[in-house]
Design a protein around this ligand. Structure first.
Ligand code: ADP
Ligand code: MN
Ligand code: MN
Ligand code: MN
Length: 339
């Protein structure tokens, strides 16, 4: 027997953006516990905007587990929040995702690292003398500063050790702005891993006195880059059958439900989806081949392959909840007949 440190992690009830919460359960196991060994647990929902004080118990139901790379015998336990009667809590968006092992998602998370209220590397109270240009995939101290890359590289290692399927990382267009990509097969997998990757990033940056700024336009209505979470998706049907007719029907459905999509694509998106800076306007829907100014970008390979493959919805922003995004995309896809 050994003592294991089980970090139960869940999303709270804050609006419009949920926060990650976590607390530790210490428990004896004969060997490293798997998901089915992990019991349900509970927490005080009145402290997380998930219950009233007089009846405040919410249930934590483990749905995925990962080795905790920073702790001996540590386990990261990703949970759904349930009501005491066993039904999903109203804040539990994961439970609304249609289960489909053959749906694949790839999320590109952009974010800023902030220290003392400004992006890492910004001079006090102002903007860098040099505007945007050299930061995207940039190299060198005077361009990138001193600690950002250390954080970003450590984060990548932590995620890989936890078994999270990162596909890559890059420095972004603004100073102090970065991106990582996560890909997963199964309608909930990439979203689960995105929340775990966010958790590991926020926990890592605590010791640097650095915050992760997920707001989609933290520097306001300037020419400084905003942050997105482009959401790439494909179903088995899109990858294997596809076809021009189906694609056109699918895009009609995305147009029809554009407001429902925007509603779950992250707050303040009107600040980012202005029609400028490689974005479509928030109230318009369009698609375009290799078009970074479209709502949905169709990869170059898609049409030559017979309208088969994946699509990139460029509207979700960096503060979006990947559970709500995945859920909405699958709901819209479901309205389109596959014939
Ligand atoms: P860009 O910045 O040019 O949009 P990235 O490489 O950052 O490109 O992101 C591309 C994303 O597309 C990755 O997250 C990748 O996992 C995802 N992706 C690739 N193929 C598929 C697919 N068949 N289904 C869903 N997502 C996919
Ligand atoms: Mn990208
Ligand atoms: Mn990017
Ligand atoms: Mn992209």
């Amino acid at each position: 027997m050994a003592k294991y440190k089980l970090e139960y992690i869940w999303l709270d009830g804050y609006e419009p953006v949920a926060n990650l919460r976590g607390k530790t359960l210490v428990k004896d196991f004969p060997k490293f516990p798997t998901l089915k060994d992990l019991p349900n647990w509970g927490f005080d929902g009145s402290s997380t905007r998930q219950a009233e004080g007089h009846s405040s118990d919410c249930v934590l139901k483990p749905v995925a587990s990962y080795p905790d790379p920073t702790k001996e015998n540590g386990v990261l336990v990703l949970c759904e929040v349930m009501l005491p009667d066993g039904k999903p809590h109203p804040t539990n968006a994961r439970a609304t995702i249609i289960d489909d092992p053959d749906t694949w998602f790839g999320f590109e998370q952009e974010y800023f690292l902030y220290k003392d209220g400004a992006p890492l590397g910004f001079p006090k109270g102002g903007f860098p003398a040099e505007g945007q240009g050299r930061y995207y995939c940039g190299i060198g101290y005077s361009t990138m500063g001193d600690i950002a890359r250390e954080i970003v590289d450590l984060h990548l290692d932590l995620c890989l050790e936890a078994g999270i399927n990162h596909e890559g990382i890059n420095a972004e267009v603004a100073k102090g702005q970065w991106e990582f990509q996560i890909f997963g097969k199964g309608s909930k997998k990439a979203a689960d891993e995105m929340w775990m990757a966010r958790y590991l990033l926020q926990r890592l940056t605590e010791s640097y006195g650095v915050d992760v700024e997920y707001h989609c336009k933290p520097l306001g209505a300037t020419d400084w880059n905003g942050s997105g979470m482009h959401s790439n998706f494909s179903t088995k049907f899109m990858r294997e059958k596809g076809g021009k007719k189906y694609f056109e029907k699918l895009m009609e459905a995305f147009d029809k439900y554009k407001n429902e999509h925007i509603a779950v694509y992250g707050p303040d998106n009107h600040m980012r989806l202005t029609g400028l800076h490689e974005t479509q306007s928030i109230d318009k829907f369009n698609w375009g081949i290799a078009n970074r100014g479209a709502s949905i970008r169709v990869p170059n390979s898609f049409v030559p392959a017979g309208y088969k493959g994946y699509l990139e919805d460029r509207r979700p922003n960096s503060q979006g909840d990947p559970y709500k995004i995945a859920s909405r995309i699958l709901q819209t896809i479901k309205t389109v007949p596959q014939k």
